[in-house]
Structure formats: structure tokens, C-alpha cells
Design a protein around this ligand. Structure first.
Ligand code: FAD
Length: 439
């Protein structure tokens, strides 16, 4: 062990991690390849660059990302501090002047006496050195190769091809029915049955719906093995009906009818609060995905927990690789943070940066790790990425579906979100107090 901690990548997660580590008086080396070289999405020389939208989503506590912001504020997040200082008018959303936002964080890093910012590409890490890896969704080639070797065969993904995920409580179970094909597997799947007319309308929609334009570095041929539904639809009227929407082995138990096509949903988490649309990778714009749901019987009013996406995204198979403290299971001196852990979004990346930074510091100081309660969104995200056992690991953003369900059943949606928020902030305040006592 040495006299400092290395943080690789000075994006949202890396800056949060460095800030946390330095706050314990620990010398921190923060490495970033910028500005000497940049990915196709990064364009400014500053640290913590927002690569696309300038919004950090809603501040409302009726919203999961609003609660996450409050949690991060309790943990003295530099990202949230900068966002509020550099806020631009955008209603309920926390939108920022992106250059001022990045400058504020860059200054905080450069002026911190415990942080040394080093501009260089990192292609490997020093064995035995406590290190936080936070090189993001566009980690450079040499370092991606290093991480792939470090984490083992098949534990690294380079593209994200995800289906939409809906909240279980918003599925209309009067229309959908539970069954597995040919009765094998009990009632594991929720099936949304389509008759021929509905299937026709659905095809018409998919063929005309607006798609996201891929960026120049997101080559199309990568998705051949994982084709979006809208592309499948364009290959022939029956392609989907013989593919992911095949109705074989399924009979609606209430009518005895065999559907013309079926959209199947599979649970996303152990508490069954979220379901993903099986084989439904899509690159439709988010507004179009909402419209798409209204055409699927049983999902007309479905609340989308996470939209389908198809984009370049470097991330590790976290459930196999890291624990709830963001530490690498095979070498607890190494921590992962940010989008590379399989969280999705600016705030989510920053939140895991705080968690990894705190735990790297605790390891350095020989203290117990900081564990975030499942009632908090931070804890729920960490639980999702480290403990997800349901099926192929897909990135996740902050939403109510990942939180530990409330003990009581409440019909009033507003009351329910209020209770989620109250519970999360109470638990996080307790954790924040515990962290202060380490000083
Ligand atoms: C094109 C694109 C658009 C996105 N748009 C949004 C959006 O609008 N809203 C949203 O919430 N999320 C968005 N995301 C997802 C995600 O929230 C952001 O990518 C976020 O910046 C991730 O934070 P991070 O700290 O993990 O990575 P980054 O912010 O990307 O930081 C990683 C840093 O590591 C550096 N780095 C990489 N490799 C090396 C190396 N080998 N050596 C040294 N330094 C290295 C990079 O230069 C970078 O500064 C987008 C992602 C992408 C790829």
C-alpha cells in the first residue's frame, strides 16, 4: 500500500470519488486523458463534462431522481453543489450552464491541496495500489482491454441494447395473464396478448415511429445479434410474430384463446416490482416508446421505469465483479465507479462515485466500509448492480422500482412517493452522520 489513492477518469464519478477521498485528508491522484485526447462524445477540456443533455432531471421529491439528488446533497456531493450554483431556468428540472458547471468542478479539483490532477491516458493500474476506476462509458481502448483482462472472460460489455422496463403495478392484469410457454416454468412470465387487428396496428406504428439517430462512433452492424424490434418489423410482417412476439405454447386461461402474437414480460428484480419486455431492444425515441406501450394490450397505462436504449456503452458485469461497496471482489484494493458499473445517467454515475470514493478512503484508513441502506436510492442502485441475479445484466437508472418495497400497501400514489422519499432521506441522514463520525 502507498501514501495516496489513484482515481482514473475525472468525469462525474471520478470527481465525486476524488473529492470524497481528499475530504479525509488523503492524497489523491486524479487522472484523465483529457484534454490531450478526447472520445467522440467529449468536446471540452474541463473535468466532469456533461456529454449530452444539460439537465440533471427533476428536483421534485415525487421523482426518484429528485430523491437521489437530496441523498447526494446529504453526502456533500460536488456535482449537486455545482449544479445548484450554475443552474439555468428549466422549471422543475435541475438544468445547468454546462461550461460553468464543469469549470466549477475543475476548479474544486485543481485547487484542492490533496488532489493532484494528472493529464494522461491510463492503460493499466499499479498492483497493490488503492485505485478507483471511473473511466465511463467511453473508456479508451487500451484501458478497456486491461479491465477486460482483469475482470475475466466475458465480463465486459461494449454496447448496451436494452428493452424497456415497466413498473409491475402499472400493468393491467385484467388484460395480461401469467403463464410460461407450454406451462413450463409456472407463472413466471406476464403475457400481453394481441389479436390480428392489434398486431397490424402495432406493425404500422413500428414502421413509422421515430428512431434515435446513431452517432458516428456507434456503428450499426454491432446490433445484428441483438436487433431492435423496429428493424425486425421492417424485415417482414410476420418477423416479430415468429420471433420475440411468438404466441406458441400460450393460451389465455380466461378465454381459452390462442393469441395471434404475445409481448412477454419477465421480472427484473427479486421483489418483482419491475418487468422487462422480453427481446424488445429498441432504438425508438423515448416519446415514441411511450406511444408504443399504449398499443400493447395490458400496457396501455404502463409506467416506464427505464426506456429501451441502444448505444455505445462500456460496462462491466458488476453482479459478478463488484460488491455493494463498489470493491472488486477479486482484489478489494480496486473500486469501480460511474457508468462503467452498469448504472445509467449523470446522477447515478456521480452517486456511485461518492460510494466508491468513500469506501476507497475507508480501506485506506483501515475503517469499516460504508454500506448504504436499500431504502435509499443510492443503496438500491448499488444493490441492483452488485446483486442482480435475474438474467443478463443490463444498466439501470434511479427509479422507484429498484427501491425496497414499502411495508404497507398504499393506493394513494402521492402518499406512497412521499413515504419513499421520507424513508430514503431518513436512512441517508443516518449514514451521513456515521460518515462524519469517521473524521
Ligand atoms: C453519448 C452519450 C450521451 C449521454 N447522454 C446522457 C444524458 O443526456 N443524460 C444522462 O443522464 N446520461 C447520459 N449519458 C450517460 C452517462 O450519464 C454519462 O456518460 C456520464 O458522463 C457518465 O459518468 P462517468 O463519470 O461514469 O463517465 P464520464 O463522465 O465519461 O467520465 C469518464 C472520464 O474518464 C476519462 N477516461 C476514459 N478513459 C480513460 C483512460 N484510459 N485514462 C484516463 N482517462 C480516461 C474520460 O476522458 C472522462 O473524462 C450519456 C452517455 C453517452 C456515451
Amino acid at each position: 500500500m502507498t501514501d495516496h489513492i489513484d482515481v482514473i477518469g475525472a468525469g462525474l464519478a471520478g470527481c465525486e470519488a476524488a473529492q470524497k477521498i481528499a475530504s479525509f485528508g488523503i492524497k489523491t491522484r486524479l487522472y484523465d486523458i483529457k484534454p490531450s485526447k478526447m472520445s467522440d462524445a467529449h468536446s471540452s477540456g474541463g473535468l466532469a463534462e456533461l456529454v449530452c443533455s444539460n439537465s440533471l432531471k427533476s428536483v421534485s421529491l415525487e421523482n426518484a431522481s429528485g430523491i437521489l439528488k437530496e441523498e447526494m446533497q446529504l453526502l456533500d456531493s460536488i456535482v449537486i453543489e455545482s449544479a445548484y450554483r450554475n443552474r439555468v431556468p428549466a422549471g422543475n428540472a435541475l438544468a445547468v450552464d454546462r461550461d460553468a458547471f464543469s469549470s466549477y468542478i475543475t476548479d474544486a479539483m485543481v485547487k484542492n491541496e490533496n488532489i493532484e490532477v494528472i493529464c494522461r491516458e491510463v492503460c493499466s493500474i499499479d498492483p497493490g495500489q488503492i485505485t478507483v476506476i471511473a473511466t465511463g462509458p467511453l473508456t479508451t481502448e487500451c484501458f478497456s482491454a486491461f479491465i477486460a483482462e482483469l475482470t475475466g472472460l466475458g465480463n465486459m460489455y461494449f454496447y448496451d441494447a436494452a428493452s424497456p422496463i415497466v413498473m409491475a403495478e402499472s400493468i393491467d392484469m385484467e388484460t395480461a395473464f401469467r403463464a410460461s410457454r407450454y406451462g413450463k416454468g409456472g407463472e413466471d412470465y406476464i403475457n400481453c396478448p394481441m389479436d390480428e387487428r392489434r398486431y397490424g396496428l402495432f406493425m404500422e406504428f413500428l414502421l413509422s415511429a421515430e428512431r434515435v439517430n446513431p452517432r458516428k462512433f456507434e456503428k450499426r452492424d454491432i446490433f445484428e445479434g441483438c436487433m431492435p424490434v423496429e428493424i425486425m418489423a421492417s424485415r417482414g410482417y410476420d418477423t416479430l410474430r415468429f420471433g420475440p412476439l411468438k404466441p406458441i405454447g400460450l393460451t389465455d386461461p380466461r378465454t381459452g384463446n390462442k393469441p395471434f402474437a404475445v409481448v412477454q414480460l419477465r421480472t427484473e428484480n427479486i421483489s418483482n416490482t419491475m418487468y422487462n419486455l422480453v427481446g424488445f431492444q429498441t432504438n425508438l425515441k423515448f416519446g415514441e416508446q411511450k406511444r408504443m406501450m399504449t398499443l400493447i394490450p395490458g400496457l396501455e397505462n404502463a409506467k416506464i421505469a427505464r426506456y429501451g436504449v441502444m448505444h455505445r456503452n462500456t460496462y462491466i458485469n458488476s453482479p459478478e465483479i463488484i460488491d455493494r461497496t463498489c470493491a472488486f471482489k477479486a482484489d478489494p484494493n480496486i473500486f469501480f465507479a460511474g457508468q462503467i458499473t452498469g448504472v445509467e445517467g449523470y446522477l447515478e454515475s456521480a452517486a456511485t462515485g461518492i460510494a466508491a470514493g468513500l469506501n476507497a478512503a475507508m480501506r485506506f484508513l483501515g475503517k469499516e466500509p460504508v454500506l448504504f441502506a436499500n431504502e435509499t436510492l443510492t443503496g438500491a442502485l448499488l444493490e441492483y448492480i452488485s446483486g442482480n441475479r435475474s438474467h443478463v445484466f443490463q444498466p439501470m437508472n434511479a427509479n422507484f422500482g429498484i427501491l425496497k418495497p414499502l411495508e404497507e400497501t398504499l393506493a394513494d400514489k402521492r402518499k406512497k412517493t412521499e413515504m419513499y422519499a421520507e424513508r430514503a432521506l431518513r436512512a441517508m441522514a443516518k449514514t451521513a452522520d456515521g460518515i462524519r463520525k469517521v473524521f
